[in-house]
Design a protein around this ligand. Sequence first.
Ligand SMILES: C[S@@+](CC[C@H](N)C(=O)[O-])C[C@H]1O[C@@H](n2cnc3c(N)ncnc32)[C@H](O)[C@@H]1O
Length: 215
Amino acid sequence: MKYTALTKPLHDYICATFPAEDDFLRRLKADGEAVGMPPIHIAPEQLAFVQTLLRGINARFVLEIGSLAGYSAIGMARALPEDGKVVCFEKEPTRAEFIRQKAEEAGIPHKIEVHAGDAKHLLENFRPEHEFDFVFIDAEKAGYVRYLELSLPLLRKGGMLCGDNTLAWGNVFDANSTDKTVQALRAFNHAISKHPELSGCLVPIGEGMTLAVKR
Ligand SMILES: C[S@@+](CC[C@H](N)C(=O)[O-])C[C@H]1O[C@@H](n2cnc3c(N)ncnc32)[C@H](O)[C@@H]1O
């Protein structure tokens, strides 16, 4: 087995060399926690990674499922052209409103559109005017396979889909796990690996990101 374990000095080096997080995003996290939101945003190096992917595929429209305080949404919006947009689905209305406020403060309200409610219900009736270039799934893990089914028809060919936390906190290998989250993430990874329209991989960054391109 050939790999380099991620140590704290290595992590610090990566984040310092390819910084994606500025004072605004650091303050956004602190402001979210101050109003009771959990610190479960993607990691800064994951944001740098996703921004690089978005730029690489010339993404204009991004669909995000699970947005919390808007850290990843605003971070992704920064990697889009001026006429690009991140469309967020966030279950909690207070979080949805928080994201709208932060998008204003960031000076990019035109690049963030927030829909409040359960993404599974909202997506069933969602008829966007354009196809998406990138789908980011980061809501409740039990819904991941359904989010894959609902969002894939909205993704353009050559577009990418990404799900977060897909190492299941180190337990994704365990086929006998009775933990529902582990089972859900295993089912998501399996669905992507076997999907006839997708080519994918699992990148061990942060808590793990499963990536796929639509063929
Ligand atoms: C891990 S956080 C998202 C973090 C965010 N992507 C970031 O990195 O900044 C998960 C979010 O998904 C939301 N969520 C959970 N279930 C949902 C559902 N069924 N529909 C929409 N949002 C949901 C939660 O309210 C929470 O804010």
